[in-house]
Design a protein around this ligand. Structure first.
Ligand code: COA
Length: 149
């Protein structure tokens, strides 16, 4: 991210949420439940340019990290790593102790960020009852989890 400033996070509502929906559709990631309660999404900018989105669904001290998308033009430059770092800080500020996620294609990205692959049965019950676990994500998706410091 040479020569650029820090990542700015804006709570995604209205137009930001619609841009997130479009980005998720482009990546064939779930959108059906993004406006349900307990979801918090952010739109991220860098030097005034929109570079991505991401958020989480909160269930007490546990949250499902989801919908992390980096704009294609900004991939493989460390932006995804920065966005995930920001999301983890925001989650920790909200009292979240452990993040959970499902991914079909980016498990090695999350592994590099300290997420551990686990059997789906190891997920807390509230996480296993989320729309993503119940059906929006394919059964082949890898379940991963990380404790926040
Ligand atoms: C996954 C994603 C967010 C990564 O963003 P990014 O900005 O390219 O990531 P970074 O540049 O910070 O990459 C960090 C490391 O992860 C690796 N990586 C990046 N994307 C990866 C992917 N899809 N699968 C496996 N590894 C990946 C990179 O090789 C890099 O490692 P390296 O620097 O040692 O080579 C981005 O590829 C994306 O938006 N994908 C589509 C949506 C998606 O699958 N989201 C995850 C599901 S929630």
């Amino acid at each position: 991210m040479e020569g650029q400033t820090t990542i700015q996070a804006t709570l995604a509502v209205g137009a930001q949420l619609e841009r997130l929906r479009n980005a998720l559709e482009s990546e064939k990631l779930p959108t059906a439940d993004i406006e349900l309660p307990d979801r918090t999404f952010f739109e991220f900018t860098l030097g005034g340019n929109i570079v991505g989105w991401g958020g989480f669904e909160t269930y007490g001290a546990d949250a499902l990290l989801r919908s992390l998308v980096v704009e294609r033009a900004y991939r493989s430059k460390g932006v995804g790593t920065s966005l995930l770092n920001v999301l983890e800080v925001k989650a920790a500020e909200l009292g979240i102790i452990r993040l959970h996620l499902l991914t079909t294609s980016a498990s090695s990205f999350f592994e590099q960020m300290g997420y551990e692959s686990l059997p789906r049965g190891a997920a807390p019950s509230l996480i296993s009852l989320t729309e993503q676990f119940k059906g929006l994500c394919p059964g082949s998706a890898c379940y991963m989890s990380k404790a926040l410091r």
